[in-house]
Design a protein around this ligand. Structure first.
Ligand SMILES: C[C@H](O)[C@H](O)[C@@H](O)C(=O)CO
Ligand SMILES: [Mn+2]
Length: 416
C-alpha cells in the first residue's frame, strides 16, 4: 500500500468517530514550533570561550558539534529539511555574530550583531525568538539580576534592555512577533538566610528592563521559572510563584519549562489554569529524566498531554511552543529532528482526537466510556496520517530521514 492509500484507510477510520484528518493536517501545518539553536553546539554560543554555567549541563561528546555560525546554520538547515510544517528559530544572545576582531560585551550588543541571523531567517521564512543569556559569562559567576553588586546588576539590566531592542528588530525584520524569554539561574546551594532580598532585587531589575519603550504587539516578553539548578539546589530566585505573579501583574507572559518543576508535577496540568488568567502563555518543551536533564523530546505521555491541552482548549494561537533540550551524546541533528517531529506528532495526535465527544463523556459523568475511548485512540492509525503529512510537506517519510542524517554525518560532521 502507498502512503496515500494508507492515509485513505486511516481517514475513514477517523471519520467514523467524527475526526476530520484533512482538517487536522491543515491545522498542524500552521502551528509554529520554535527550534532552539543551542542543541547544535551544546549551549556554547559564540561570544565567549568559557564553560557552560548557570546550573545547566550538557553531557556527552558526540563528534560534530557546530563551532561557528556557519556550521550552526548549516546544521539547522539540514534539520529543517527533515521536519515538516511551520518552524521558528530560537536564539540566545550568546549567539551574536561579531565581525573579525570585533567584540561587544552583552550589555552593549545591538541588532547589527544579529544581522546574519535575520538574513538567514528571512531567506527561510522563519520567525525568530530570543533569550537574553544570563549565564556562561564572567559577570554571571555568582548572581545576575539579583546581585548585591550594583555594577553587576546594572550590567545585566542593560543586557535585558539590549535584548528587548534586538527582539523588536527581529520582529520588524521577519514580520513575525518575537518571544523574548527571560530566565536567570540565580540561586543558592544551601539554606538561605534571606529569601526575600534576591527576589526583591530581581523584581526591581525586571521593572528596569521593562521600563524601556517597546512594541508589545511585536515583542512578547516571557518569564521562565525554575525550581532548582545544579549548585542552586536550595533556592532559586525565579521560582514558579515569583514568575507567575510577576508576569500576571506586569503584563508579560509566563513561560513554563516542563523540566523546571518537582518530578511529580506536570506542566500539562498547569496549562488550563494559566490560560484562564493569561491571554497568551509560552512553553519550553523538554524531557526531564529524574532532574532537569534536558533530554530530547519523545512522543511520550507528557508531550502528548501537553499537546492535548493546547488543542482541546482551542489555545493554538495562545501558546507559544518552544523546545529546550541539549543532548551532546548523540548526533545533534538527529536530536533536533526527533524532538521537532515528536512535538508535531503529539500535536497531530491531539488534533486527531474526538475532543468534543470526550469532553461530553466527562461532563455527563460517563467515565467508563471515556476511559475506553481514550485508550482506543492510542492505537488509531496516527502513523498513516503522519506519513501522509510528511509526504505532502516534502520531508522524508518514517525513518527515511535518518539516511540523510547519516550521510550528513559522514560528509560534514565527521570532518569537523
Ligand atoms: C539554555 C537554557 O535551557 C534555557 O535558557 C533555559 O530556558 C532553561 O531551561 C534553563 O534550565
Ligand atoms: Mn527552558
Amino acid at each position: 500500500m502507498t502512503v496515500k492509500e494508507n492515509y485513505q484507510a486511516a481517514k475513514e477510520q477517523y471519520k467514523a468517530i467524527g475526526v476530520d484528518t484533512d482538517q487536522a493536517i491543515r491545522t498542524l501545518k500552521n502551528i509554529r514550533v520554535s527550534m532552539h539553536c543551542w542543541q547544535g553546539d551544546d549551549v556554547m554560543g559564540f561570544d565567549q570561550d568559557g564553560p557552560l554555567s548557570g546550573g545547566i549541563q550538557t553531557t556527552g561528546n558526540y563528534p560534530g558539534r557546530a563551532r561557528t555560525p556557519e556550521e550552526l546554520m548549516a546544521d539547522i538547515d539540514q534539520t529543517l529539511k527533515l521536519v515538516p510544517g511551520s518552524k521558528k528559530l530560537n536564539l540566545h544572545a550568546s549567539y551574536a555574530i561579531f565581525d573579525e576582531g570585533e567584540f561587544c560585551d552583552r550589555d552593549v550588543i545591538e541588532p547589527k550583531h544579529f544581522k546574519k541571523w535575520v538574513e538567514y531567517a528571512k531567506e527561510r521564512n522563519l520567525g525568530i525568538d530570543f533569550n537574553p543569556t544570563f549565564f556562561s559569562h564572567p559577570k554571571a559567576e555568582q548572581f545576575t539580576l539579583t546581585s548585591t553588586d550594583e555594577d553587576i546588576r546594572q550590567f545585566w539590566i542593560r543586557h535585558g534592555q539590549a535584548c528587548i531592542r534586538i527582539s523588536q528588530y527581529f520582529a520588524e525584520e521577519t514580520g513575525q512577533p518575537c518571544v523574548m524569554n527571560i530566565w536567570i539561574p540565580d540561586g543558592l546551594k544551601d539554606v538561605p538566610a534571606d529569601r526575600m532580598g534576591p527576589r526583591a532585587r530581581f523584581k526591581d531589575s525586571l521593572d528596569q528592563i521593562l521600563s524601556i519603550p517597546y512594541d508589545t504587539t511585536k515583542v512578547y516578553v516571557t518569564l521562565e521559572s525554575k525550581v532548582f539548578g545544579i549548585g542552586m539546589e536550595s533556592y532559586t530566585a525565579g521560582s514558579a510563584e515569583f514568575t507567575m505573579n510577576y508576569a500576571a501583574k506586569n503584563g508579560i507572559l509566563p513561560l513554563m519549562d516542563n523540566g523546571h518543576y518537582h518530578p511529580t508535577e506536570v506542566v500539562s496540568d498547569k496549562i488550563s489554569s494559566m490560560l484562564l488568567f493569561h491571554d497568551k502563555i509560552a512553553l519550553h518543551v523538554t524531557r526531564p529524566v529524574r532532574w532537569d536533564s534536558d533530554h530530547v523530546v519523545l512522543f511520550d505521555d507528557e508531550t502528548k498531554e501537553i499537546a492535548k491541552e493546547i488543542v482541546r482548549n482551542n489555545a493554538i494561537d495562545r501558546v507559544f511552543i518552544g523546545l529546550d533540550f541539549f543532548d551532546a551524546s548523540i548526533n545533534r541533528i538527529a536530536a533536533w529532528t526527533v524532538g521537532m517531529r515528536n512535538m508535531q506528532k503529539a500535536l497531530m495526535y491531539a488534533l486527531l482526537s474526538p475532543n468534543e465527544h470526550l469532553k461530553g463523556l466527562q461532563d455527563s459523568g460517563n467515565m467508563t466510556e471515556l476511559m475506553m475511548q481514550q485508550e482506543e485512540m492510542k492505537t488509531y492509525p496516527l502513523g498513516a496520517v503522519w506519513d501522509y503529512y510528511c509526504e505532502q510537506e516534502g520531508v522524508p517519510v518514517r525513518e527515511d530521514w535518518f539516511n540523510e542524517v547519516q550521510k550528513y554525518e559522514k560528509d560534514v560532521l565527521s570532518r569537523r
